[in-house]
Each structure stands twice: as structure tokens, then as C-alpha cells.
Design a protein around this ligand. Structure first.
Ligand SMILES: [Mg+2]
Length: 306
């Protein structure tokens, strides 16, 4: 073995690396995941016995080593966490799908005046323009629906359609807020652990968000609920102040890079991003990575990091 290598195997280090780089590049499974069986390598194809793994520091044939390293790195990311704050809409329960359903119905109602893509684009522009004064939530959405309908129809939209729009808006105020898969079990596990204070940090209309939280039956897991008109770095720091915790000891969990992850990271907190299958246009931003953020696919995966 050449001098200078950190390998105690009888074979030089490049023998361990060569031909196995593809396996090394595979996504690291979560701790506890079942690993695939080893594939026969080129040595086996040549009729030579496979070298036994065992006493090589660089034994990259055993991805468990990387699982452990990866796990330790993630643990380091989330060291000293005292508070876990959760976004609500599209993190704890589905919300955007119901808004999308209403928008489809809205386009159908306004079909006599404009094609669906024109109606959608115009509605988005109206919502965006109304945002500074009306903020987020159902009521703001319904006002934008009516304003946009009046404008697109040139004032010809009749009272029946306006009544229908109000009915659609009220339907949003009663969406079921059923917890997404894995949410309740994960919150219950964190609550049972007792290692963290759990909080809801969400934006929108006060009464609507309170009602959704009540309907979800998840209230019992949270020690603090904060509903704000917008999630900014300042709003996040206010949350930390009220909970008497340093931002660096808070882990923010949410579906939106723009509203959940970015303000938390700017304040010095940690973040977990759980993408939802649909994202509201106003929440769409370019994807990014950060040393204080991890991205997971399922809510239950959170337990592997805290
Ligand atoms: Mg959300």
C-alpha cells in the first residue's frame, strides 16, 4: 500500500473507490431504512472472489456509515432546539387545494366573459394588488373574486353570480382542516417527548385560522399559537420574544420557502421545508438550499431530525 493513504486495507484506496462511486452518489437513506443488497462487482464477473469488507476506514461499500455521518450532520444542524414552530395551511392541513377548486369554479362562472387562463391571470393580478390593504385569507380572496368579476365583465356580472361567489367564499371558511398524513402522530410523539415547546406560527385571518385549528383537533399539542397578518423576519423575532427563546433555538417547519423558511433563516433560526403538492402563485419563489435548513418529503420524517 502506498504511503500517505488512510487505508488499513491490504488493497490501495482507489480499489475501494473505483467502480463504487455510483453507489456512493445514491441518495442517503434515512436512519433505519432498509438498504438494498450489494451488487456483484467487476471482480465477481471475472470469477474472482469479492474482497470482504471489514477493516477499511473508507469502506464505502457500507452506506450505513454515510447514513450515520449524514444523521450526525443533521443532528448538528438542529442542536439546542427548544421550540418547534409549525406553519398551519398546507403544512398541518390541506388548504390550497380548496382555493384551487374555488378558482376552477370561478373560471366556469365567468366563462361568458373571458377564457379561463385570462380569468386566472386577472384574478392573480387583483389579489396581488389588494394584498397590501386586504392581506391574506378567505375574505380578501372573496373581495378579489368579486372585484375581478366586475372588471372582467365590464360591470355586466349579475347579482346571481355575485351571490354564487359569496357562497364559494363561505365554503372556504368551512374547509375541513383534516390533518395531513403523519401530522397528528408526529405532533403526539413530540408532545410526549416533552423536549420541545410546540407552537403554531401562521398568517391569515384571526378567526378563520382559529376555527381551522379547532376543527383540526390539533390544538392540544401546542403551547403557543400566533396568527399574524404576514410572516416576516420581524414577525418571527416577535414570536421568539413572546416565547422567551433565542431565534437560534427555534426550528420553523413549513411548506413555503418564502413565508416559512426564509424569514426564519433571516432571523437566525433553523428550518425544515416540507413542500406541498400545490403552491399558491404568490408563495412561489426560486428553490434554494441553506446550511440551517433541511428538506423532507413527509411530515413524519421530522422525527428523524429532532
Ligand atoms: Mg403554509
Amino acid at each position: 500500500m502506498p504511503k500517505g493513504t488512510f487505508c488499513v486495507s491490504k488493497r490501495p484506496i482507489w480499489h475501494h473507490v473505483s467502480g463504487r462511486f455510483a453507489a456512493w452518489r445514491q441518495p442517503w437513506p434515512l436512519p433505519g431504512a432498509t438498504l438494498p443488497p450489494r451488487q456483484a462487482g467487476p471482480q465477481a464477473a471475472r470469477g474472482r472472489p469479492q474482497a470482504k469488507a471489514g477493516f477499511c476506514f473508507f469502506n464505502i461499500r457500507q452506506p450505513q456509515i454515510f447514513v450515520k455521518l449524514n444523521y450526525l450532520c443533521k443532528m448538528e444542524k438542529f442542536a439546542d432546539i427548544k421550540v418547534i414552530a409549525f406553519d398551519a395551511d398546507d403544512t398541518l392541513w390541506d388548504c390550497q387545494s380548496y382555493f384551487d377548486d374555488v378558482e376552477r369554479e370561478y373560471c366556469r362562472l365567468l366563462a361568458p366573459y373571458a377564457p379561463a387562463d385570462t380569468v386566472s391571470a386577472s384574478l392573480f393580478a387583483t389579489e396581488e394588488a389588494n394584498m397590501p390593504l386586504l392581506g391574506y385569507g378567505c375574505k380578501a380572496f372573496v373581495l378579489s373574486l368579486i372585484e375581478n368579476a366586475v372588471r372582467l365583465s365590464g360591470g355586466r356580472v349579475d347579482g346571481t353570480v355575485v351571490g354564487e361567489l359569496l357562497r364559494l367564499g363561505k365554503r372556504l371558511l368551512e374547509l375541513p382542516a383534516t390533518p395531513l398524513p403523519g401530522v397528528e402522530a408526529t405532533l403526539a410523539a413530540l408532545y410526549e417527548q416533552g423536549r420541545y415547546r410546540l407552537a403554531v406560527f401562521t398568517k391569515g385571518e384571526l378567526l378563520d385560522q382559529q376555527n381551522k385549528l379547532r376543527r383540526s383537533r390539533l390544538e392540544k399539542y401546542f403551547q403557543h399559537v400566533e396568527i399574524v397578518s404576514d410572516k416576516t423576519e420581524r414577525a418571527f423575532l416577535n414570536l421568539c420574544r413572546r416565547m422567551r427563546v433565542a431565534p437560534g433555538s427555534v426550528l420553523m417547519v413549513g411548506n413555503s420557502l418564502k413565508s416559512d423558511v426564509a424569514p426564519a433563516l433571516a432571523a437566525g433560526a433553523r428550518a425544515v421545508h416540507i413542500p406541498f403538492h400545490v403552491t399558491w402563485k404568490l408563495e412561489q419563489v426560486e428553490d434554494f438550499e441553506h446550511t440551517h435548513m433541511v428538506r423532507i418529503e413527509r411530515f413524519a420524517d421530522l422525527l428523524a431530525y429532532v
